[in-house]
Design a protein around this ligand. Sequence first.
Ligand SMILES: C[S@@+](CC[C@H](N)C(=O)[O-])C[C@H]1O[C@@H](n2cnc3c(N)ncnc32)[C@H](O)[C@@H]1O
Length: 248
Amino acid sequence: MKRARHFLFLSLAWSSFWACQNDAPPVSSESPGMTRETPSPVSTRVEPRQPKASPGNFENLIADYESKDRVIWQKPDMVISLLGDLEGKTVADLGAGSGYFAFRMLPKAQKVIGVDIDPRFIAFMDSVKVRLSKQYQDRFESRLAKPDDPMLKPGEADAVVMVNTYGYIENRVNYLKTLSKGMSDHADLLIIDFKKNSLPVGPEDEFKVAVSQVERELKSAGFEIQKIDNEALDYQYIVMAAKSETNK
Ligand SMILES: C[S@@+](CC[C@H](N)C(=O)[O-])C[C@H]1O[C@@H](n2cnc3c(N)ncnc32)[C@H](O)[C@@H]1O
């Protein structure tokens, strides 16, 4: 049993690596997500108030975060393209988890920082990193952060993504204020999270943050909204923001 779990862990690490190497999502013909008409009801299960899941659950979380059907309902390539040209830029993925987005951005950016507060995800991302070519290894850094601080250096990030993570953050306005110090003046902040109303994927409604609240909190923290898109993804909203002039 232990051996099977170890094998699953390594397979998932390998699939993340493969996604990065190919600059494309790791879709295979055996992908369960590709053979179902509707996305898996277990994808991105309810964890928002329990980021530190018990050790026994970790493989399940990784399997969930790396689930193949995400490529259908979350369109990671389209999402990443919203950040524009990442060449020469440093991107921080806050709440990076298994690195689902972080490793996909690696071929496009100068540097990707996979930020998380859970050391198990840091270890997982590092296990993927060591399998990458030297060129990619040099451009990826995992970073253990604090719940109230993404631990970015002043002005370090030229772009920040926060996918399926916003609801985990407590005292979000303070968190966003701290985050803005780690962003360069022209950095984009991209937040993707689940729409309210029960959906076949994502947490229960009580754990979701309405897009109107995200907007309010960003403004309170000194950001200006560049774009809100409720249509591009069936289950999720997309918010793009940047530091307001007075916050630079
Ligand atoms: C649902 S997962 C999303 C993972 C990844 N973004 C993805 O889309 O696959 C949420 C992640 O946020 C992390 N997290 C929770 N609170 C955090 C905080 N305050 N700062 C950074 N990461 C946090 C958790 O450890 C977990 O890895």
